[in-house]
Design a protein around this ligand. Structure first.
Ligand code: SF4
Ligand code: SF4
Length: 265
């Protein structure tokens, strides 16, 4: 049965085009395994005639709740239970949201796919950055105009850095969202004002320095340290940290100088 296309209403989300040159830049920097929106779409639908410009990346952010942030703010080594639960079960909700967006688009006659739910999504080793994925939700959100990167590598958005993000690639024509920034570190006080660095002291294992984040050090804290802790103390199979996302000036907003001063940094 031929599906008819109906206009969709999507609020407060962001839409870069599939032919945004940033995606080729990502691949150049991260490695040849990094997928462009075109690749994800063409491989999924076996349609190699689709033009990158016919595709739109739909990207969103889901802020952590006030209670989750407040709990994790108090922690100094392990994640709070709420944070660990949000990391696992909140992400399951995010996964359902991806599927829901895809299903909604498809039921309205638009082909769509969530890159990180495809068989092509995996973790690889980038010659430049070490551990890296074939698709990055944070980089899709950056391309969409939703935020810029902080010293700790997290994405600072208008709802802050304590959030989760997701994306879907669709063959749909919607008005492009303009990026309200010109630099990938524009919202981080360390790069703009030469102040802050609060995420450095929040990290319990010294993974963040003025040079940025050391991914293996962070990873080794998550696994097995936080995984063992979450299993034994909270009673479920999970992990998490997010200390560098909470108790920092960029936790819940794009920070200003005063926000750093308020935290004595
Ligand atoms: S805590 Fe400060 S230095 Fe770290 S990412 Fe946020 S604004 Fe940048
Ligand atoms: S997630 Fe935790 S271990 Fe990793 S950089 Fe942030 S504070 Fe450090």
């Amino acid at each position: 049965m031929k599906q008819t296309k109906r206009p969709l209403e999507l609020h407060s989300w962001a839409f870069p085009k599939g032919d945004d040159p940033l995606y080729e830049d990502y691949r150049e920097h991260v490695g040849p395994f990094y997928m462009t929106p075109w690749e994800v779409f063409a491989i999924t639908f076996r349609d190699f005639s689709v033009k990158p410009g016919e595709l739109t990346v739909i990207s969103w952010t889901l802020p952590q709740t006030q209670a989750t942030k407040a709990d994790n703010r108090r922690e100094t080594f392990y994640p709070s239970e709420r944070w660990a639960r949000a990391r696992i079960f909140g992400e399951q909700v995010n996964e359902k949201l991806r599927k829901h967006v895809v299903a909604t688009l498809e039921s309205n006659g638009y082909q769509a796919v969530a890159p990180i739910l495809t068989p092509q999504f995996s973790t690889r080793i980038s010659p430049k950055y070490g551990l890296a994925s074939t698709w990055s939700e944070r980089h899709a959100a950056y391309a969409s105009g939703l935020g810029t990167f902080g010293l700790c590598d997290g994405l600072i958005t208008p709802v802050g850095k304590a959030m989760r993000t997701g994306s879907v690639v669709a063959r749909i024509d919607v008005p492009l969202t303009k990026r309200p920034y010109s630099d990938h570190r524009e919202y981080c006080l360390f790069f703009t004002e030469g102040i802050c660095g609060k995420c450095i002291s929040r990290c319990p294992v010294g993974a963040i320095t003025e040079e940025g984040k050391d991914k293996p050090t962070c990873y080794n804290h998550l696994f097995p340290t936080t995984k063992d802790y979450v299993t034994s103390e909270y009673g479920f199979d999970g992990y998490g940290c997010g200390l560098c996302q909470t108790g920092v000036p960029c936790e819940s907003k794009i920070p200003k100088k005063e926000d750093a001063e308020a935290l004595n940094v």
